[in-house]
Design a protein around this ligand. Structure first.
Ligand SMILES: *[C@@H]1O[C@H](CO)[C@@H](O)[C@H](O)[C@H]1NC(C)=O
Ligand SMILES: *[C@@H]1O[C@H](CO)[C@@H](O)[C@H](O)[C@H]1NC(C)=O
Ligand SMILES: *[C@@H]1O[C@H](CO)[C@@H](O)[C@H](O)[C@H]1NC(C)=O
Length: 263
């Protein structure tokens, strides 16, 4: 038989397999990778009391063999809270939205295989510190590349940041342009120009310009960027950080919003 016919036969059989098992095809591509970035409310401060985590893990944040975490040594391990303990290591970490997000995704039966969470958030960081070429940006990129070793696809960036940009009028004014550029740069450097982003509109702030930042977040005009609104979520001990309950709620809202990209 000529090689042309072999080629035709080969592509036909590939086609049959991939259409027949379309619901399994995503799972067989390996891990579904999610990048978690931003500042303290993404890193997680839920359950902190006098500077220490109380250790309470709500049922929505339980561990599972299907939920992995890329640790600070770029190794996968079963995820357990606090997800950012060795990344945002200069601060005390507690419950964030990551595990509630992952458990909620699993419950939706989206056929996206096991979940790989890549924590990258650092408390107290402003959007200008996430600019292209800076240390936070570089760390995010290098952890994303490390996560892809061994297979899988990056499904989305989960982003919760902006509290520290509410202190100055100038930062608030520049926020929308800086955030738009950050999303655009990261997608471009990951070579995923349409990568979904699920971001959070602020529930709390460090300064007076919260409404300006929220308006910027809710008004981002980029394809495949969706925003969940954390306004009204339960805030914890210090008036700035979400409580465990608030973080669980935000994680679940992010999962509901991510699911809109899949269906
Ligand atoms: C389709 O998926 C099922 C269940 O996971 C598996 O048993 C079967 O071998 C798959 N078929 C093909 C053609 O890949
Ligand atoms: C598989 O992944 C693609 C791209 O991420 C998505 O569009 C599609 O809906 C997914 N299919 C299933 C069955 O989850
Ligand atoms: C997901 O699958 C499980 C087990 O098959 C089933 O009990 C559950 O109702 C499903 N959930 C949804 C949202 O379809």
């Amino acid at each position: 038989m000529s090689s042309l016919i072999w080629l035709v036969l080969l592509s036909c059989s590939t086609l049959v397999i991939s259409t027949k098992n379309s619901s399994d095809s995503n799972a067989s591509q390996g891990k579904s990778i999610f990048i978690l970035a931003g500042q303290s409310n993404m890193a997680g401060r839920g359950g902190l009391k006098s500077g220490m985590w109380d250790g309470y893990v709500p049922p929505e944040c339980q561990s599972s063999p299907k939920i992995l975490r890329l640790n600070a040594e770029n190794k996968w391990e079963e995820a357990r809270p606090p997800l950012h303990r060795d990344i945002d290591y200069l601060k005390a970490c507690g419950i964030g939205p990551g595990l509630a997000f992952a458990n909620s995704i699993l419950k939706k039966n989206l056929s996206i295989g096991e979940i790989g969470l890549v924590p990258c958030a650092i408390g107290g960081t402003q959007i200008s510190e996430w600019r292209r070429g800076g240390p936070l940006y570089k760390q995010l990129l290098s952890r994303a590349h490390a996560a892809l070793q061994g297979g899988g696809i990056i499904r989305a960036i989960l982003w919760y940041q902006g509290e520290s940009d509410t202190r100055s009028e100038e930062d608030a004014k520049l926020y929308k342009a800086r955030l738009t550029k950050f999303f655009t740069d990261i997608r471009s450097d990951l070579k995923l120009p349409e990568l979904p982003v699920v971001q959070v509109a602020l529930a709390s702030a460090e300064g007076p310009y919260i409404e300006d930042i929220r308006k910027a977040q809710l008004g981002i005009d980029l394809p495949n960027v969706k925003c969940v609104d954390a306004k009204g979520m339960k805030i914890g001990y210090d008036g700035l950080h979400l409580s465990t309950e608030g973080e669980v709620h935000v994680g679940q809202m992010m999962a509901d919003t991510f699911a809109q990209f899949i269906s």
